[in-house]
Design a protein around this ligand. Structure first.
Ligand code: RBF
Length: 183
């Protein structure tokens, strides 16, 4: 037997100075909301990220996640430079002036009867990887790609019946902090 899933990190991760963006889709909202909450709560309670340093934005569907992540990362970098130039600051003074240290993209894709699912899954996973590598800001792949509703509910810790499953949003919160602090 082995412990399935991600093992706990051997190091502690202090996220008290980090600024994190969560972008989530509105498709399958109930499940998405549970995953967003899992990521937020873990970052705050386990890694000391300040609630005011977690910015949450929404888009329509998962297909929109890569574009939104890229644009919001770029905006945060431009805004940071502009604000500090205007103020004559060498280093950012306010937390809201700082670019994001990590981005978590959250969506729930559930297979239907057409090929749509396959195309969106492929585009989103490739797109999110590209955004991370192109911008140098870690992007966490918080997208569930499920064959049915129950699989999605289980992976948000909302399963029907006795076994509620595990909320993967919690792991994504930890992954974001860990990647933001990677040296
Ligand atoms: N977006 C999701 O986040 N999850 C889905 O399960 C999902 N299924 C879709 C199925 C169909 C047939 C279509 C047309 C769209 C779906 N979308 C889904 C929305 C998609 O990510 C995107 O928002 C739209 O295609 C507009 O670009």
């Amino acid at each position: 037997m082995f412990e399935k899933g991600v093992a706990s990190s051997t190091q502690s991760h202090d996220g008290s100075h980090l600024r994190v963006l969560i972008v989530h889709a509105r498709w399958n909202k109930e499940i998405v909301d549970g995953l967003v909450e899992g990521a937020r709560t873990t970052m705050i309670s386990k890694h000391n990220v300040k609630p005011e340093n977690i910015v949450t934005k929404e888009v329509s569907g998962s297909y929109e996640l890569p574009f939104a992540a890229k644009r919001l990362i770029s905006n945060s970098q431009v805004q940071s430079v502009t604000n500090n130039d205007l103020l004559g600051n060498d280093s950012p003074s306010e937390d809201t002036d700082r670019p994001f240290d990590a981005v978590i993209c959250i969506g729930v894709l559930i297979k239907g009867s057409t090929m749509h699912f396959e195309y969106i899954c492929e585009a989103v996973s490739q797109g999110l990887m590209r955004v991370g590598l192109d911008t140098g800001v870690p992007v966490i792949f918080g997208v569930l790609t499920c064959l049915n509703d129950e699989q999605a509910l289980q992976r948000a810790g909302m399963g029907k019946g006795g076994d509620k499953g595990h909320n993967h949003g919690e792991d994504w919160g930890t992954a974001a902090v860990e990647m933001a602090l990677l040296k």
